[in-house]
Design a protein around this ligand. Sequence first.
Ligand SMILES: Cc1cc2nc3c(=O)[nH]c(=O)nc-3n(C[C@H](O)[C@H](O)[C@H](O)COP(=O)(O)O)c2cc1C
Length: 298
Amino acid sequence: MNRITEMLGIKYPIIQGAMQDVAKAGLVAAVSNAGGLGVLASGQDTPEQVREEIRKVKELTDKPFAVNLMFLNKKVPEIVDVVIEEGVKIVTTGAGTPKLYMPKLKEAGIKVMPVIPNVKIAKKMENLGVDAVIAEGMESGGHIGTMTSQTLWPQVVDAVNIPVIAAGGIADNRGVKAAMAMGAEGVQCGTIFSISKESPVGDNWKKVIIESKDTSIGVIGTKMGVASRTVVNKKAKELYELEDEMTDKLKFNQLLDEAYQKAVYQDDVEDGIIFAGSVAGMIHESKSAAEIIADLMR
Ligand SMILES: Cc1cc2nc3c(=O)[nH]c(=O)nc-3n(C[C@H](O)[C@H](O)[C@H](O)COP(=O)(O)O)c2cc1C
């Protein structure tokens, strides 16, 4: 038992990271049923889609789960209302500050845990009254900051009094031990759960991650201000080249998003973008969420 397991009412301090279009009801419920915290991604979904997915999770588990609010989604105000109406008790947040929604969320008794990339934002969040911070290092899959996990986690632990959840680069028990040794009270993993048995991604995507080596993963979008860690494939190379020609950040982000959807929904692993962290080279098979949690906790 530590502050995270106690506060969230979960058995193990293992949180499955939000993953747009991937962290859907089936995966979320499997993680929560196995004693971790499943996190439903709301990404660019409509409020009604989020409501439907929350209801599916509730049909599949009676254990605690969270919903991730992504502030680039213009429908966040309505999604916050849905989260409250549906009785969700935990939210994680990304791509912005939860400041505007804190009074509403706190009044509804919801625990708020933002993902943060550095000490300054961690402190800002603590002052806002959030319940924990998720310190994510740049080893992680998807959009990234500039600090590495090994340097970020202890500096955040030293800077705030609320519990710290470590994210970015954890895929086995050694990573969990390292995070705990640096003072984290929980861990959040994305890449390892992205190819779990319960993940909706296709067989091609899973095969690419399983066959990845340490150097198969790279970063694109840095020059456009949307640095993202992905598998280095045909599309990633194309987008990387485009960065020299493009000036429109929104347009680049749209191309990135479309390519990501292509990988998720069409399992196109050449013309699609696969978000994945540097841990991909350590992942050698697709396991169930319960097996992954058992491995992490071993
Ligand atoms: C396929 C994929 C999609 C992701 N999408 C999101 C997202 O929509 N929102 C978010 O906050 N984080 C997203 N992330 C980050 C994860 O929630 C998590 O914090 C991160 O993967 C942890 O690092 P790891 O990949 O080394 O385990 C994504 C990660 C992956 C691998």
